[in-house]
Ligand binder design. Structure first.
Ligand code: ADP
Ligand code: MG
Length: 262
């Protein structure tokens, strides 16, 4: 069997922020290999470097030392090749632009032709189930629908890699469950590679093929779990012993990271 290609590969990756008082070691010796088609979740308490890691992949932040490649390139070259779509924690939609105009904005900035933009917007809205909401303004949609719109915006480039920073963190559990199911369907339909930040153990276990457990001060990886769950996952898989076993291991990893501080 041939090995799938690495989409993100980090070796001994370190990033230290030079703050005014003392340096902050946001990432310390991170080793990680994300393969094409993986769904990787990053879980850990606030301040363990999850956002920093996504930002290094996206070339929004520069490593201090070590190695990082994205699609076999430097993050800068990958960014220029439009290797990824980025979904931020808050929907970050412009209230004065309709949904289609919000999705269109990055495409306009990158000089996509009008016809191409229309086609991409229609496809992205279809993927997130928002067809028919093109002319609505963000404030006319529920929180969950706004977050779908921001996912559509990230999908419009049709990049193979999606970076998602706690996209459902602000939503209630019922909406989150639903969007988790939808995201899994979208992932299997589009065959994308997803790096997903979350605070929720059930969300991480439900969604992921690989779970990266992190801990703070210094920000580091304490456990990497390759999920034995099948790719096809009904919501009630969350009550199976296999699921609960993985959730248990994540919890142990989080606890071990915590006791390190004391
Ligand atoms: P997480 O997303 O896991 O909550 P972050 O990656 O945002 O963590 O932050 C990791 C650590 O780096 C935290 O201690 C945070 O305060 C610090 N940090 C993040 N961004 C900066 C910055 N621009 N300058 C200084 N420190 C930062
Ligand atoms: Mg964060």
């Amino acid at each position: 069997m041939t090995q799938a290609a690495s989409v993100v590969s980090a070796k001994n990756l370190c990033l230290t922020y030079q703050a005014n008082d003392a340096p902050v070691h946001a990432l310390s010796n991170v080793d990680l290999d994300v393969k094409k088609g993986d769904f990787v979740s990053f879980i850990g308490p606030s301040g363990c470097g999850k956002t920093t890691f996504l930002r290094v992949i996206a070339d929004l932040e520069k490593k201090t030392s070590g190695d990082i490649s994205v699609n076999g390139m430097t993050p800068e070259d990958a960014r220029k090749a439009r290797a990824y779509g980025y979904v931020f924690q808050a929907p970050a939609l412009y209230p004065w632009r309709t949904i289609e105009k919000n999705i269109s904005l990055p495409l306009e900035i990158m000089n996509y032709a009008a016809d191409d933009r229309r086609k991409r917007i229609a496809e992205a809205l279809d993927l997130v189930g928002l067809t028919g909401f093109e002319k609505k303004f963000p404030w006319q949609l529920s929180g969950g629908m706004q977050q779908r719109a921001s996912i559509a915006r990230a999908l419009a480039f049709d990049a193979d890699l999606l970076l998602m920073d706690e996209p459902f963190g602000a939503l209630d559990e019922i909406v989150r469950d639903h969007l988790n199911e939808e995201l899994l369907k979208l992932w299997s339909r589009t065959n994308k590679t997803i790096c997903f930040v979350t605070h929720s153990i059930p969300e991480a276990v439900y969604l992921s093929t690989k779970i990266v457990v992190m801990s703070p001060r210094p920000g580091r990886v304490t456990d990497i779990i390759d999920s034995p769950l099948p790719r096809e996952r009904p919501l009630d898989i969350r009550e199976t012993p296999e699921f609960l076993e993985i959730a248990h291991r994540v919890r142990e990893g989080l606890r071990a990271g915590h006791s390190y501080e004391h």
